[in-house]
Design a protein around this ligand. Structure first.
Ligand SMILES: [Zn+2]
Length: 175
C-alpha cells in the first residue's frame, strides 16, 4: 500500500514539472524554482518506494534461514551431555548459575572460566577434553560444578566481559 502511494505521489510532482515545461515557463524564475522544488519531492518519494521494495525482498530472504535457526535454538537448550558432567549453554550475559537444586531454588553460583586441561581432577576423567579438544571456552559453576558452554555469538574471553588492561590507572590498548 505504501509502495503504491509513494509511486503515485512521486509521479504527481513530475507531472507538475512536465506541465511547467510544456507551458514554456521553465525559463522564468517562477517555473524554474517550482521545478527545483518538485523534482526533489518526487525523488524522495521514489526513493521511499525503492527502499520499501528492497525491504520487502530482504524480508523474503530472511524467511529462508528461519527453520535452521529454530533447530539451532533447539540444540541450544540441550547441548551434548558429557558422561560425568551436566552441560548447559550460557545465556547472553549470564554470569550466575541458574541450575535448580533439589529444593527447587536457583544455585546462583558464579560461572568461572574452567581450564579443564589443567584441572587435575578432570584429567582423570578426561571427557571434557575428549568432547571439546584441549582448550575450548567452557565455564563452570563454582558451586554445583555444572558446565556452561559460551552463548553462541558471544565470544567473550572473560566471565566479567572484555575489559581493558589497566596499569596504575593508565588504560593500555590491547596488544
Ligand atoms: Zn550452580
Amino acid at each position: 500500500m505504501m509502495l503504491v502511494l509513494s509511486v503515485v505521489l512521486g509521479i504527481v510532482p513530475l507531472l507538475g514539472v512536465a506541465w511547467i515545461v510544456l507551458h514554456g515557463s521553465i525559463g522564468t524564475v517562477d517555473g524554474l524554482f517550482m521545478s527545483l522544488i518538485l523534482l526533489p519531492l518526487s525523488g524522495i518519494l521514489f526513493l521511499n518506494a525503492y527502499l520499501d521494495l528492497r525491504g520487502r525482498s530482504k524480508a523474503k530472504t530472511a524467511v529462508g534461514p528461519l527453520p535452521s535457526a529454530a533447530i539451532a535454538t533447539q540444540g541450544m537448550q540441550t547441548p551434548t551431555q558429557l558422561p560425568h558432567h551436566k552441560v548447559k549453554i550460557k545465556k547472553a550475559g549470564q554470569r550466575a548459575c541458574n541450575e535448580k537444586n533439589e529444593k527447587g531454588k536457583f544455585c546462583g553460583g558464579h560461572l568461572k572460566r574452567w581450564f579443564y586441561s589443567v584441572d587435575l581432577i578432570e584429567q582423570d576423567c578426561g571427557d571434557a577434553e575428549k568432547a571439546w579438544g584441549l582448550d575450548a571456552e567452557v565455564y563452570r559453576c563454582e558451586h554445583c560444578k555444572t558446565l556452561y558452554l559460551p552463548h553462541p555469538g558471544e565470544s567473550v574471553v572473560n566471565v566479567a566481559g572484555q575489559g581493558q588492561i589497566s596499569v596504575f590507572g593508565l588504560t593500555l590498548p590491547p596488544k
